[in-house]
Design a protein around this ligand. Sequence first.
Ligand SMILES: [Zn+2]
Length: 244
Amino acid sequence: MEWYYVEGQERRGPLGDEEFQQRVADQTIGPETFVWNPDLPDWQRFASLPARDSSQSQAPVLERCAECGQHQPSDQMIPFGAVYVCGGCKPVFFRRVRQGTVYPVTAPYAGFGIRACAKIIDWVIIGVFQTAIQTAWMIFFPPDFENPLFIIMSGLMGLMGMVLTIGYCTWFIGRFGATPGKMACGLKVVMPDRSGVSYPRALGRAFGELVSGMVLYIGYIMVAFDEQRRALHDFFCDTRVIHI
Ligand SMILES: [Zn+2]
């Protein structure tokens, strides 16, 4: 914003916002000083300016898009109630408004990239536990293929990764709405109305994830193409993953 002001009989300026604020602070510009900027129809006394022109910076603030979650300057976005939508998401968002699938509390859906990050963190955590348990198993039960108990236990060890993963996802999502990986990425699994996910549904979702991972992770990749960023297991369980 370019500012001008009158000092004596002289016009001063242009001044940037910061410079202008400094002149106000050191009282070069007082309440009775005539000031002007390109947004004003005519010269005005400083005291008669709308409050925001004198006391606030004109710099647009960054707002988060309610659809994709990306931050952009608010003056380049479309306001909708209490939320903002970016230009790219406008068609999708307003189609959903017309369809009535926009909920009063609009939280942005988490996209593929951030969800992949959360998943990798969870894999690492589960991997550490799995390795610890397997190492303990190897130490305390040396291979003995004559012993049927050893053979049964070996089979169970093979399934352990799957059992750990299902238990981990079910407990954390049922209890907190997010696995540690999702928590670290600021994500939460919710119902369409933003309420929490029950333990049985979290269990179903954990099994659904196995299916999502079966064929080249296609069930996960669907996140990138769905408007509401649902993976296959989100479709199964009617869940959504949102930024919190
Ligand atoms: Zn957007």
